[in-house]
Write a protein that binds this ligand. Structure first.
Ligand code: NCC
Length: 276
């Protein structure tokens, strides 16, 4: 299993990973009930093509990075789950264009999710770990977390905020490419929110700067920049194939190793800007 060149790998990602949001015309969502909840506009219609984008991981190594102004200088910023900006602007910036959340957060922390103003900025996208290459109907009957009710509640409370459900096909199309380009056998668990968010932004943007996904010199066992919780698995992965994701992203980096070391910064091209 020889690794593909970065150029070939980018083409594989562009051509095989279908980044789509659930629409009212899709499978079990084509009921009159769901038409009422799903956003009318597609994600592309909502954000349009973007220029320079930033993806901000939630890693503890963002602490004391002073990357805030640099992150905010991008046209669009993607953040994850409950990662806050308030009180952390100096290190992570304050702009949030898209927030990608997992179905566990939406379901297990539903009261928090419905109430915390953190979620009311920008576009929300929720994803759920689907069974390996499951049909959308099968996944709909048995999602990993039963987040559909929480989704509907949120939509009723915030009807004007765009809130999408990521089509679960994407995670396994991406996982297959991770596996094909790794020498080891990977546990068939879906990629992390971080990796999914990177590929989402590569479809929307001309260029994507990713912060502290590949750890800088500030590498720490502190899991998140916003919590005092120590666990090395946050950076290396336990459930998600994080280590393999990070190897792949390192392989695709168009920036310098110096930028990784000092800023935890990786630069990736948007799919629009690659030639296959
Ligand atoms: O921690 P989490 O991830 O929300 O982090 C978002 C993304 O940032 C990258 N990351 C994070 C910490 C770190 N030290 N290094 C990193 O590179 C990863 O790419 C990560 O995906 C998730 O992926 O959705 C995850 O969500 C949490 C948790 O569910 C949410 O924070 C909501 O509370 C998971 N933690 C637990 O279930 C305990 C985590 O495994 C994955």
């Amino acid at each position: 299993a020889a690794k593909l060149s970065p150029e070939k790998l980018l083409c594989q990602l562009r051509d095989r990973v279908n980044v789509t949001m659930i629409r009212g015309s899709d499978g079990p969502f084509n009921s009159s009930e769901w038409q009422h909840y799903l956003p009318e506009k597609s994600l592309n219609e909502t954000v349009g093509p973007l220029g320079r984008c930033a993806v901000v991981s939630s890693a503890g190594s963002l602490k004391s990075s002073h990357l805030g102004p640099e992150i905010d200088s991008h046209d669009a910023v993607l953040r994850f789950n409950g990662a806050p900006v308030k009180g952390f602007q100096e290190d992570v910036g304050q702009k949030t264009t898209i927030r990608l959340v997992n179905s566990q957060l939406v379901t297990v922390e539903v009261q928090h999710f419905l109430k915390d103003a953190l979620y009311n900025t920008g576009i929300l996208i929720v994803w759920d770990p689907a069974p390996y290459h499951a049909e959308i109907h099968e996944w709909y009957r048995k999602p990993d977390y039963k987040f559909f009710e929480a989704y509907k509640l949120y939509r009723v409370r915030h009807p004007e905020q765009p809130f999408y459900i990521l089509n679960p096909k994407m995670q396994w199309q991406l996982w297959d490419i991770l596996q094909e380009n790794s020498l080891e056998h990977i546990q068939p668990n879906p990629p992390s929110s971080g990796m999914l968010g990177i590929v989402i932004m590569m479809t929307l943007c001309n260029e994507v700067d990713v912060y502290e996904f590949l750890p800088s010199k500030r590498l720490t066992d502190i899991c998140h920049y916003y919590q005092k919780f120590h666990d090395r698995a946050c950076t290396m992965g336990a459930y998600h194939p994080l280590l393999f994701e990070k190897n792949l992203v390192k392989h695709l980096n168009q920036g310098t190793d110096e930028d990784i070391y000092t800023h935890g910064k990786v630069t990736l091209p948007g799919f629009r800007n690659i030639h296959c």
